[in-house]
Design a protein around this ligand. Sequence first.
Ligand code: AMP
Ligand code: MG
Length: 344
Amino acid sequence: MLELNLPEVQFALQAVEQACRLVRQVQAELASQALTKDDRSPVTVADFAAQALVAQRLEQMLPGEALVAEENSQALQAPTGQAAPTGQDTLRRVSGYVQQFISGATRQQVCAWIDLGAGLPEGRFWVLDPIDGTKGFLRGGQYAVALALVEQGQVQLGVLGCPALQAGCKQDANGAGSLVAAQRSRGTWCAALRGGFASGVFNAAEFTRLHVSEQRRPEQARLLRSYEAAHTNTGKIDSLVQRLAIQAEPVRLDSQAKYAILAAGCGEAMLRLPPDDNPGYREKIWDQAAGALVVEEAGGSISDIHGRALDFTAGRALQRNRGVLASNGFLHAALLDALAALGA
Ligand code: AMP
Ligand code: MG
């Protein structure tokens, strides 16, 4: 079982659970609002507000710890422009949501909390994707709040809040959602997101242990892939399906919810292959750290597409890796062989 009394575990579970409550509220109220970031991925009020909230909780519960997170407050502080909503409009909304959890939070404080995420990815640090799968969040699909603790390159703790995922791995648009947590050597556990958590008290009885599937036949594998074709290589995935005579169509899902589904035994493999038009893409650590431990502690395997361990000592991106293969473990070698044969 997770060490529920450990301050790190308490912080991670509470922060993710609260961030999930916050982003669900934003989704219900303004899911279609988005700014455009340099890399063109949509960033929403929910992204910023969730990052501010998690960073403030970290500062409060574990002062002095480093945080590496996806967003920074630059876009919110930009001078007022012509296009609506402006950064200032967004900051006003972000602050409004944060104030529901931290009364009296000022806009400057909110920006400062967001910018705590510029910590160095060295030694011991937390890594946060405030909303992984922003596109899924906007279109009513899967998304996750992903938080992990990395120490000397090893993920020690990984928590995924998946508001649209039922504990039984199904889509769960109106239900409780899932809180999936892994601690090194202590397994991967799942609880319903909406439970007795409002008080911050976590009860071991609410968690169920997750295990990967025991499927050993490649043709029976249920593959999970990104919903967005631009985030993977659909041509190579199709070739892999043919080569291994895999019967089921790959399932398209946004975010690290894919790793939670794999950990729960509801899929056998998850593939992230660099797209043909962006072969140099390097995975971001906040897109992988929490999910990687969730898969491993459920008995699965995770590596890059050449079989190398994910190396979390290379900065904000996995510079020494290419793509990701996560599996139930039993099928890992067969999938790596097939990828090599396809020249992936
Ligand atoms: P998914 O939900 O599987 O589509 O993965 C979402 C993540 O993919 C986002 O958080 C982005 O950081 C990341 N991403 C953005 N561009 C690419 C790309 N070209 N290839 C792979 N991943 C990407
Ligand atoms: Mg992400």
